[in-house]
Design a protein around this ligand. Sequence first.
Ligand SMILES: [Zn+2]
Length: 263
Amino acid sequence: VDRDTGIAEYAPNWDWHDVPLLALLSEHIAYPLYLDNPLRASAVAELWFGAARGREDAVVVNLGTGVGAGLVLAGGLYRGVSNSAGEWGHTTLVLDGRLCHCGNHGCVETYVGAPGIMLNLRELSPRSTLLHPEDQTATIDALARGVATGEPVAVKVVRDTARYLGAGISDLVNLYNPEVVVLSSWVARKLGAPLLDEVREAVRRHALRRPFAATEIVLSPIPTDPVCLGAATFALEGALQSVGQRTARRTITTARSRTAPPV
Ligand SMILES: [Zn+2]
């Protein structure tokens, strides 16, 4: 998204191109609106309320239908030059691998996003009763229940998925040397501790020893939807900022001792 113009430039899961979302919403909602990217929102949620609180360098890995990474570097949100940083889900994991809806082949997302996990299951066991062909949530729920009861196909699918995920996350560990990697969003929440254990083991195999030793890998402790919480945080930040600006203006005219608005 372009935050300044309020345009959703590209949303691959909905096939949106240059939708003027802020203008469309403003016609119906009479309050200040803030448009931002879900990867940024979930990173802010972890920074304010979750596993990245008080951390300087953190990577928030979103595992849902889509996949991406929110980056907190040197204590702040890292956006990149055009607010597009963290599109890790569309980095290449397998050369000439599965076709991705972004148009490339072998992207991380095609192996560890919910549709990718369904494909991992289908390739392993095409007629598995765990597979609900048109229903991502039901399939991930079935896998989670299967792992809990030791169902071999479910255990193998989660392990295979964790191997892909571990290879991808080890790149993030080597690149950013974060204090913490947070596994966030609904697929991570549903597959939970069994996925986390396998991912830690896979990252250990792929990452360099020193950055791996400095990195914690945890599940998000946020019990609600982290993207919604982060989006609400952007609105709160906006409100605080506007209060700060009003206070600063008043302060400058009345008393010269105050130098900075509250942050
Ligand atoms: Zn892609």
